[in-house]
Write a protein that binds this ligand. Structure first.
Ligand code: AMP
Length: 287
């Protein structure tokens, strides 16, 4: 497994693979890898085949964190990440520094960003207004470094995948976006690098996000359809009675367009964000 540290070195390797006729599958991550990330690696391998190349990037992107968010404490464990990548038969890891990804940023001389202005506005975009501009910027840059044929994103970050998809269509990125299912712990909690922040008590309560989604699914399937406002009030109550958490938002929308629905029916999508102590967890699922 090779490790590349600069855009130029990564591009050089990718161009060579292209000349050799190898398809390139790409999994962008912020590291602190878990089985969810590795399931994306497996999805990438499936797409590019045994002769293809699978690249994982590990980069905690500063521009997608607001000043009050957890950039400085975001968990990191490179040796463990590399071990998991080796075991998963990853061909190359792209592990750049801030200095090579955002040259001159500290001095105020980095000035180019990519912004999607529609799909990124609701849901996470309300709670984290600068987040997706950072995501689209770094993902566009990573695509320019890795030059993938296929990139795999997790359904865990449903809106992120939709924003990236729109960016690729609008900016003519010549690659295919795959969205792989959310990997969960046995109790339903979606795997996330941020779960490590949870206290034992919060960890016990954390499956309340998934239980809320399952609750709404059951309610809608029994009733045929229900107003979003009714479900949101019920979720609010569920979170209050089953945890010390605070609901940031629960939202119902069309899975593809992310357009909000007032009346929820089977096949619609739900997203939820909850603060458990200082930790903000998100999850989503089909209703
Ligand atoms: P992150 O390192 O959290 O930025 O995530 C990198 C990629 O892994 C994103 O496409 C995420 O959606 C995906 N991912 C994170 N957690 C999971 C999970 N539990 N199951 C599937 N994919 C995930």
């Amino acid at each position: 497994m090779r490790i590349y540290r600069t855009p130029k070195a990564m591009q050089r390797a990718s161009r060579q693979w292209q000349r050799d006729g190898s398809k390139i599958g790409f999994v962008p991550t912020m590291g602190y890898l878990h089985a969810g990330h590795i399931s994306l690696v497996a999805a990438a391998r499936k797409r590019v085949g045994p002769k293809g190349r699978v690249v994982v990037s590990i980069y905690v992107n500063p521009t997608q964190f607001a000043p009050h968010e957890d950039l400085s404490t975001y968990p990191r464990d490179l040796p463990h990440d590399l071990q998991l990548c080796r075991e998963a038969k990853v061909d190359a890891v792209f592990f750049p520094t801030d200095a090579v990804m955002y040259p001159g940023r500290e001095a105020g001389e980095y000035s180019t960003y990519v912004a999607e202005e529609q799909v990124s506005q609701g849901l996470e975009g309300v709670s984290r207004p600068t987040h997706f501009r950072g995501v689209t910027t770094i993902v566009a840059k990573l695509f320019n470094c890795v030059l993938p044929d296929v990139a795999v994103f997790g359904a865990k970050d449903w809106q992120q995948a939709a924003v990236i998809r729109r960016m690729c269509v609008n900016l003519d990125f010549p690659l295919k976006i795959i969205v792989a299912p959310t990997h969960r712990e046995a109790d339903g909690l979606a795997m996330s690098s941020r779960n490590v922040y949870l206290t034992p008590r919060e960890r016990e309560q954390a499956p309340v996000l998934w239980r809320s989604i399952e609750w709404c699914r059951r309610r809608v399937r029994e009733a045929g359809e229900l107003p979003a406002a009714t479900l949101i009030a019920e979720v609010q109550k569920l979170i209050q009675t089953e945890s010390t958490g605070r609901l940031d938002y629960a939202a119902f929308f069309e899975g593809d367009s992310l357009k909000t629905v007032e009346m929820v029916t089977r096949g619609n999508h739900m997203a939820i964000a909850v603060f458990l102590g200082k930790v903000r967890l998100i999850d989503n699922g089909r209703i």
